[in-house]
Design a protein around this ligand. Sequence first.
Ligand code: FAD
Length: 328
Amino acid sequence: MDLNTIEAVVPTADPADFRDGDAWLAGGTVLFSYGSYAFGPRPLRRLLDLSRAGWPAVTVHDDGLELAATCTIAELYALPGSPAVTGRGWPGLELIRPCCDSFVASFKIWNVSTVGGNICTSLPAGPMTSLCAGLDAVATVIGAGGATRTVPVAELVTGDGTNALAPGELLRSVRIPASALASRVAFRRLSLSNLGRSGVLLIGRLDPRDGLALTVTASTKRPVRLSFPADSPPDAERLAAAVGQSIPAELYHDDQHGLPAWRRDMTGRLAEEIRAELLGERRPDGSVAVSGDFWDGAGRGHAVSAQPSTQRPGASRGAADPSQRKEA
Ligand SMILES: Cc1cc2nc3c(=O)[nH]c(=O)nc-3n(C[C@H](O)[C@H](O)[C@H](O)COP(=O)(O)OP(=O)(O)OC[C@H]3O[C@@H](n4cnc5c(N)ncnc54)[C@H](O)[C@@H]3O)c2cc1C
């Protein structure tokens, strides 16, 4: 779509340049899809282009990972297995590719759309929100006077398309702590249709000191975090009660990607699968239950292939033929 109200595209990453009628431009996959009138009472007049900010996409520190807001989905997908993180002992990296894959879009979109743009769009099915909230990431935000503040990504997204950014504030980066990356993790995702947008996306994390953490996204309007201390892991009943208490009926999202009642039921089911998997509980036949578009029935985990598609040939939920890919 042409943004036919735009008068200027300004290359800047300085919040002091922001004025009424401006929008930060990252990959543009939302801005150029939704049009000038979708971002406030008045049409957009200028785009402040972040593409020349020059921020390194990924910086690996001993105490964690820093993802620039401008890191693209394709750059993030390439991180696991790269020399930058080899030997770090960070099982949490296993979440990166399933989360990228949950962003069901073509390589064209993956190569331009950004981690920051996804979080700032703040859709319930924002897979970068899921990843970052699930790994306790903290966002660094720059305000107009150059002051920075930090906010957990799980709290930055406040609802369907809403967030805690003030007008003109710039998301600079997200920092994922090494402690979260060092945890054992579990991932579940469901969507109503093959290659559809996520209707439910849950991430579990088990840390010997911090205990079990469960992050619910996509089924809820904003991320919901539940945690249980290491010395008191929940059984199925306690987990179900905690999910019920933490997520009131009105917090379940309602759109064409799933009815609230379905999202509630699947949230309960996947939460229990994650609990059983991370706490090592097995079903009577000895297997560990898994589900989700990108997981095989034998529990072997995420099937990795070159982007854009990770769907297995013949899988009931997927299609290996890229021509069958739908865009959400
Ligand atoms: C085919 C297709 C499939 C898609 N599937 C999904 C999906 O499954 N889930 C999903 O969540 N989205 C999906 N989207 C929507 C969108 O592509 C993503 O949310 C994407 O990550 C947005 O990133 P971007 O860099 O293109 O953002 P842009 O379009 O550049 O920006 C989006 C919004 O974020 C603001 N913004 C961007 N960067 C910053 C920053 N650093 N600081 C402050 N504000 C900022 C912009 O001003 C704008 O309001 C899809 C889009 C397409 C076209």
